[in-house]
Write a protein that binds this ligand. Structure first.
Ligand SMILES: Nc1ncnc2c1ncn2[C@@H]1O[C@H](COP(=O)(O)OP(=O)(O)OP(=O)(O)O)[C@@H](O)[C@H]1O
Ligand SMILES: CCCCCCCCCCCCC/C=C/[C@@H](O)[C@H](CO)NC(C)=O
Ligand SMILES: [Ca+2]
Length: 563
């Protein structure tokens, strides 16, 4: 049986207009604006002279990807590509009214560009009718922001934040008639404090951050704290259900790693990010809360890393003047030092219905795993969304010596590592991937690290374990009391599950490695405590993004060669 084709939405307007001196059938419905070339009689060949007028090329632009439309003031009909052209006198006279539609065009590597088409009409009334009809459709897109609060870190990355905003982003916002209040930060934590206590958030439809992961971290700390404070939620209580933030956040990448932007959009391109803001995309995101005893320390959305990544960050902070290259220098130095750390990790694993970190399937735009009810769509209900097996308190305990302990709430893809620290991690499933890299040889560790930069599986080593978790705790060996260890072990035994133990340093019982101290790298900031409790809050924030689009969306844009 033939499948029924969905009925196209009713036509709103249809006219024959001209583009680059050729006739086009232009139509608008609530879903698409399309233009299709109409062959003129002169162009017809003997073979098709008696056939129907044939479309040589059709273009479809989804209405939700139109940025703006305006009447074009011209002395002479333009070619639509910004060049003067000799126009036949008859056409020039009859098509002197025109309107220009700006729309999103997909280019390579998940980048978006602002493209334009100028369509010419025979009379002004028709031209205005088109402008009005398109504007009416755009006004129905209520998810689009109209007023934004923008924070620029002038010192992020290569110090180009201000220039990037002024030259690449502000013109896009202005074309889309978005008004902005812009604050160029004057010190670290300026944006966080302003959002937390001063900003009149009711005036805005979103907050934009121009900078890197550290600047984004400031923005989420300001917004989350403000939201909890306004709702009377105590952030110091590790078991509190946090209230989701209502304002969406846009990231204009201008930092050193830009991992949050890259992992949610697929590129670190300022114009692409600006266009995702303009079309009003919305991508929910998980956030980890980090506590030490009953004191709130920080939130994390990307990498929470102890050992290797903590040491890279500590060293690189002293080299900030080097810009993004500091991470490479400190990376090599830390790798050569080959320090390992002893401690205990306990964690609450997530149910397998949210997938596993070894899945081949990756989180992409419209991800099914992130839409599962068990992913804990409602943050305020994330306790209820945790399944019974998870609730039974099936905590697992692992003690050992580690080169790195990493938790990734999302893939952490970035230009350095295009598939990320945990390629199958999800943006909004209420879980984080906990990666334990046990003590191994330098050569093996290098093999593991290099696999972050190519297609090989970085978890496929006997010294690497990875778990999908909802919560975890870490205590470094030097802070562990004997009763801590006993308690943890009894908890694990009490729940009747398999116990996990490390290879305790039998070969050097008295070595000083167990006393070595590292720090946590929390989205690029150093945490003051090594012993921490971490909990994932499902979909606590929303970004102006849509997740990484499948490549096919880019390969087959809405341009059909012939229909
Ligand atoms: N005006 C300012 N002066 C000094 N520091 C600032 C200012 N504004 C913000 N900061 C701080 O600068 C730090 C780094 O900024 P940002 O994240 O933008 O760049 P980055 O560290 O180069 O990039 P990435 O975090 O992607 O590696 C942030 O932690 C932020 O708190
Ligand atoms: C000696 C060879 C080393 C190759 C190592 C490649 C591994 C790259 C993995 C990068 C993951 C980055 C995760 C993102 C972390 C950000 O939160 C943080 C702040 O921007 N950036 C860093 C570098 O800590
Ligand atoms: Ca997640």
């Amino acid at each position: 049986m033939q499948e029924k084709q969905p009925k196209p939405p009713p036509l709103l307007l249809s006219s024959q207009l001209s583009l680059q001196n050729r006739g086009y059938e232009v139509t608008l419905n609530s879903a698409f604006l399309s233009w299709k070339e109409v062959e003129t009689r002169q162009k017809r060949t003997a073979a098709n002279i008696y056939g129907p007028l044939k479309a040589a090329g059709s273009h479809y632009v989804p209405v939700c990807e139109i940025i703006s439309v305006q009447e074009t003031e011209e002395d002479c009909p333009s070619t639509g590509i910004g060049k003067w052209q000799k126009v036949p006198q008859s056409l020039a006279e009859s098509n002197q009214y025109a309107f220009t539609v700006s729309y999103v065009e997909r280019t390579q590597k998940h980048r978006w560009r602002c493209s334009e088409v100028t369509l010419h009409c025979t009379d002004r009334t028709l031209c205005l009718q088109w402008v009005q009809a398109i504007r009416e459709q755009l006004s129905l897109l209520t998810i689009r922001p109209k007023r934004l609060l923008v924070y620029i870190n002038p010192y992020g990355g290569k110090h180009h934040g201000k220039r990037i905003y002024e030259q690449k982003v502000a013109p896009v916002f202005s074309r889309a008639s978005i008004s902005t209040d812009v604050i160029v930060t004057e010190r670290a934590n300026h944006a966080r404090d302003h959002l937390k206590t001063e900003a009149d958030l009711k005036k805005y439809d979103g907050v934009v951050c121009v900078g890197g992961d550290g600047m984004f971290s400031e923005i989420i700390h300001g917004l989350i704290s403000r939201t909890q404070c306004d709702s009377g939620v105590d952030q110091n209580r590790a078991d509190e259900t946090l209230i989701p933030c209502s304002l969406r956040i846009g990231i204009i990448p201008a930092g050193s790693t830009d991992c949050i932007c890259y992992a949610t959009v697929g590129s670190n391109d300022p114009v692409t990010s600006a266009l995702h803001i303009v079309v009003g995309d919305s991508q929910p995101m998980d956030v980890c809360s980090i506590h030490h005893n009953n004191t709130f320390l920080r939130y994390s959305v990307s990498l929470l890393g102890y050992g290797f990544y903590g040491d890279v960050l500590t060293d690189s902070e002293r080299k900030r003047w080097m810009g993004p290259a500091r991470y490479d220098i400190s990376g090599v130095k830390t790798f050569l030092s080959h320090r390992y750390y002893e401690g205990t990790i306990s964690f609450l694993p997530a149910d397998e219905n949210v997938g596993t970190p070894r899945d081949k399937l990756q989180c992409r735009s419209g991800c099914n795993i992130c839409r599962l009810p068990s992913a804990g769509k409602q943050v305020s209900k994330d306790e209820e969304s945790v399944s019974d097996t998870e609730k039974k308190g099936a905590w697992q305990v692992i003690r050992g010596k580690f080169l790195a302990i990493n938790a990734a709430c999302m893939s952490c893809a970035c230009p350095r590592s295009p598939k990320g620290l945990s390629p199958a991690a999800h943006l909004a499933d209420g879980t984080a991937d906990l990666i334990l890299v046990r003590k191994c040889s330098r050569f093996d560790f290098l093999r593991h690290l290099l696999r972050h930069t190519n297609k090989d599986d970085q978890f496929d080593h006997p010294f690497v374990e990875v778990y999908r978790v909802r919560q975890f705790r870490f205590t470094p060996r030097y802070e562990e009391t004997d009763s801590d260890s006993e308690l943890e072990l009894r908890e694990a035994e009490g729940s009747g599950r398999k116990r996990f133990f490390s290879q305790i340093c039998r070969e050097h019982p008295a070595c000083s490695c167990s006393l070595a101290h590292s720090s946590w790298n929390c989205d690029g900031e150093i945490l003051p405590h090594a012993a921490i409790q971490v909990r994932v809050h499902c979909q606590l924030i929303k970004l102006f993004a849509r997740g990484i689009e499948e490549q096919s969306v880019f390969e087959e844009p809405y341009t059909l060669s012939a229909i």
